[in-house]
Design a protein around this ligand. Structure first.
Ligand SMILES: Nc1nc2c(ncn2[C@@H]2O[C@H](COP(=O)(O)OP(=O)(O)OP(=O)(O)O)[C@@H](O)[C@H]2O)c(=O)[nH]1
Length: 332
């Protein structure tokens, strides 16, 4: 199940349960003749029903739907106004499901801020209305509920982020992996087409990696690979992204970079790697293939294959060198 679908289900279920709970309160207050509380509960149930409808309408962009904040702010301020103006029995208990709903539906910080804004005046009302011991017990209960729910949601967010990082990150180098490369490259190609900016890529392979593995062992080459990743992260600028393809090959996506630019950065990478003194292996060199998107390049395959072929050409020309391959241009 995708994150968006999961959130659509949990948001929808949260609103439906809150609606049922508030409707039950409305019926109970109607039975006992507390008409003001009945009207309040009916108004709040209408808002939670609007939340169900909004969740269904925004099911494709649940993560960035701004209307939830408006609906929940309405619910929270309605309850707050009622607590301050009405004198209904047990109205402060209504805050409990709202605290949960805030945290379940909104991003963690927004949910906590809204819940806190509700909890503070609610505590004041409880202290004012109830004997001190009862009030302290009620406030502590709400605070523990809020803290436990916040902690759980923070834990979930953290786990979800770690799982996403693991799926797109190479465990040895910490750079992005090949799986993430195609996705990002396709996005950058679409962005370059839409905005008209230049896009270049680099395919970079460590020379004589097999010989280095024979000489220094797999662990030695992995250390070189990891150190080279750090070095490349230091050389490239913000906005460029780095990917590891196998045990000796890297790929770089360079947005806003024309042919002259990719030639400059490729040469800089080649020179700094050749000049560096590497742990375990000492000296190392790389063969670099680079290319710039032509107007005919609309798919990732074209750029990846051309950059790889350029890297092979650089290697054929004697390693420690750079080869540029021009992109396909289609006349408009
Ligand atoms: N994508 C990318 N391009 C680079 C990088 N370094 C240099 N370039 C390209 O090479 C060109 C010339 O870079 P430099 O020789 O560093 O000159 P510069 O005037 O400092 O370049 P600016 O970064 O544009 O200020 C730049 O305009 C870029 O197109 C880099 O780290 N990443």
């Amino acid at each position: 199940m995708t994150e968006t679908r999961l959130r659509t289900w949990t948001h929808g279920t949260g609103y439906v349960l809150a609606t049922l709970f508030i409707l039950a309160l409305a019926m109970q207050n109607l039975r006992y003749g507390f008409y003001e509380l009945f009207y309040l509960a009916t108004g709040m149930a209408t808002l939670t029903l609007a939340g169900v409808a909004y969740t269904a309408v925004c099911r494709r962009h649940q993560l960035s739907a701004p209307g939830h904040l408006i609906i929940l702010s309405g619910l929270n301020s309605g309850l707050l106004a009622a607590m301050l103006t009405l004198d209904g029995p047990g109205i402060t208990h209504w805050a409990m499901p709202l605290l949960m709903l805030n945290l379940l539906i909104l991003p963690l910080r927004q949910g906590m801020a809204l819940s806190f804004l509700l909890l503070v005046p609610t505590s004041g009302v409880v202290l004012f209305q109830q004997p001190t011991t009862d009030a302290i017990i009620a406030i502590t209960g709400m605070a523990i509920l809020l803290a436990a729910a916040s902690l759980y949601i923070w834990h979930y967010d953290h786990m979800a982020q770690s799982a996403e990082d693991l799926a797109i990150t190479d465990p040895v180098t910490g750079a992005h992996n090949a799986r993430f490369l195609d996705e990002t490259l396709q996005k950058e190609i679409s962005r370059a087409i839409a905005t008209g900016h230049q896009l270049s890529v680099i395919d970079l392979s460590i020379d004589y990696a097999d010989e280095a593995a024979d000489l220094h062992g797999k662990a030695g080459v992995q250390t070189l690979f990891r150190d080279m990743t750090e070095h490349l992260f230091d050389v490239i600028r913000a906005g460029d992204t780095l990917y590891t393809l196998n045990d000796s090959e890297f790929f770089l996506i360079l947005p806003y970079t024309p042919e002259e630019g990719v030639r400059v950065i490729a040469e800089r990478i080649r020179r700094t790697i050749a000049e560096h003194q590497w742990a375990v292996v000492g000296k190392a060199t790389v063969s670099i293939g680079c290319t710039t998107r032509g107007s005919g390049d609309t798919r990732t395959d074209n750029l990846r294959k051309r950059a790889h072929a350029a890297m092979e050409e650089a290697r054929r020309r004697g390693a420690d060198s750079v080869w540029f391959s021009a992109g396909e241009t289609i006349a408009a």
